[in-house]
Design a protein around this ligand. Sequence first.
Ligand SMILES: CC(C)(COP(=O)(O)OP(=O)(O)OC[C@H]1O[C@@H](n2cnc3c(N)ncnc32)[C@H](O)[C@@H]1OP(=O)(O)O)[C@@H](O)C(=O)NCCC(=O)NCCS
Length: 171
Amino acid sequence: MKSKTPSQSATINTEVVLPNDTNHVGNLFGGKLMQWVDITAAIAAQRHCGRVVVTAAINHVSFDKPIRQNSVVTLEAKVTRAFTSSMEVIVDVFVENPSTGAKTKCNEAILTFVAIDQNGSPLHVPELEPETELDKKRFEGALRRRQLSLVIAGRMKAEDATELKALFIKE
Ligand SMILES: CC(C)(COP(=O)(O)OP(=O)(O)OC[C@H]1O[C@@H](n2cnc3c(N)ncnc32)[C@H](O)[C@@H]1OP(=O)(O)O)[C@@H](O)C(=O)NCCC(=O)NCCS
């Protein structure tokens, strides 16, 4: 299976925050943002592997800055690493200044997708070849994040999470 670069599947989605998308203090509702994040990330994962994908885990979401009604929101998703059947995708969320067009990063989310066949069984996915310095940094950290996610999900024993342990225990 031929490997792919992050830019081959990079996905950009632009939305506007309508009144129905806001919470009681007039900011974008977190659940609405998660919907946009999940869809944008799933498209990137699907482009990477050319298969149907499902969300296996939402590993991390940070709501760093509130996003006001009427804001133009851009979501940029990239596959950061591919394992056997799973792929990690990071979504960077930006808000555009309407007069200057300058973008401010407001949120970040990390998700795991799995490619499946028509019976829902996991399928092999192509490897990912990181290109930029940021791609390489995110690629390296992905194994650690995968182990953390699997330990939290009860799918891996903490003592087997070698990359994760190396962060805390210096031998
Ligand atoms: C995701 C799913 C296909 C995994 O199926 P499974 O039978 O458990 O398969 P496996 O145990 O072989 O896991 C498949 C891959 O998912 C990864 N995975 C599963 N849960 C994970 C988690 N919480 N975090 C990170 N990776 C996870 C495994 O590590 C494995 O990766 P690899 O093949 O790259 O090594 C299955 O659990 C599923 O269909 N879940 C529902 C998905 C869904 O409906 N999502 C929509 C939102 S509700």
